[in-house]
Design a protein around this ligand. Structure first.
Ligand code: HEC
Length: 208
């Protein structure tokens, strides 16, 4: 009985809602609606753009790097490619390119790697450097897609080169498979400076 009553109520509400509205009100409604949707769409599209960029959606440089057998970008001038990649690099507001190596270590190591070394919580999924590199000799399950970073700080490399290399590897090696950490917003400028310290500081396990 109660159910039947509710159903009747809903059907009549539906019928009332479906009654044609007076023309003026209808137009007004249409206008507000389309305004709202346009605003919503333009907002969404800029968000969508950010999202696609974060995903690494194909831009013109990526397109130039998409031929699986090539070693250099295709169809673009390499000097210009490097110039444009360099122009994307942003530096920390305080201008310090070498931060805190301990923070850098925690960004470079996965939580499980950090826990295995120090027996406590730490690490992050942001850097994942050991997926492709070796470096700290205590981490033996490490990658060999990139060169070993062992003793990197003793090579006399300019920390700015290291910073740029992590922010946007394509500014030095076009089409590198290394993530463009800063360019894609995976790491902030300050975080990159901490990782630079992790690679350069004599006290870092990379150089011990
Ligand atoms: C997907 C694999 C990958 C990941 C992840 C990766 N790299 Fe690399 N890296 C490479 C490759 C490949 C190279 C060799 C040159 C090139 O193609 O860029 C390289 C080169 C480098 C170099 C230059 C080494 C040299 O001797 O000149 C540094 C420094 C470096 N990576 C640091 C890092 C750090 C720090 C991280 C983590 C934040 C990291 N990489 C994450 C693949 C990776």
């Amino acid at each position: 009985m109660k159910k039947g009553f509710l159903a009747t109520l809903m059907i009549s509400a539906g019928i009332i809602a479906c009654q044609p509205a007076p023309q003026a009100a209808k137009e007004e409604h249409k206008n507000t609606f389309s305004k709202a949707t346009t605003q919503k769409t333009s907002k969404k599209s800029s968000k969508e753009k950010e999202f696609l960029k974060a995903l690494g959606a194909q831009d013109k440089w990526q397109k130039a790097c998409s031929n699986p057998v090539q070693v250099a970008p295709e169809g673009v001038d390499v000097t210009k490619f490097i110039e444009e990649m360099k122009a994307t690099i942003k530096y920390p507001a305080d201008g310090k390119l070498v931060g805190d190596w301990k923070k850098g270590e925690s960004l470079a190591l996965l939580p499980k790697e950090y826990k295995a070394l120090y027996g406590r919580k730490g690490g992050s999924k942001k850097g994942n450097c050991y997926a492709c590199h070796c470096g700290d000799p205590r981490i033996i399950a490490c990658g060999n897609i990139g060169p070993s970073l062992r003793g990197y700080g003793k090579k006399g490399i300019d920390p700015k080169m290291t910073y740029d290399r992590i922010y946007n590897p394509w500014a030095q090696v076009p089409c590198s498979t290394m993530f463009r950490f800063g360019y894609h917003g995976l790491l902030s400028p300050e975080e990159i400076a901490d990782i630079v310290a992790y690679l350069h500081d004599p006290e870092s396990p990379i150089n011990k």
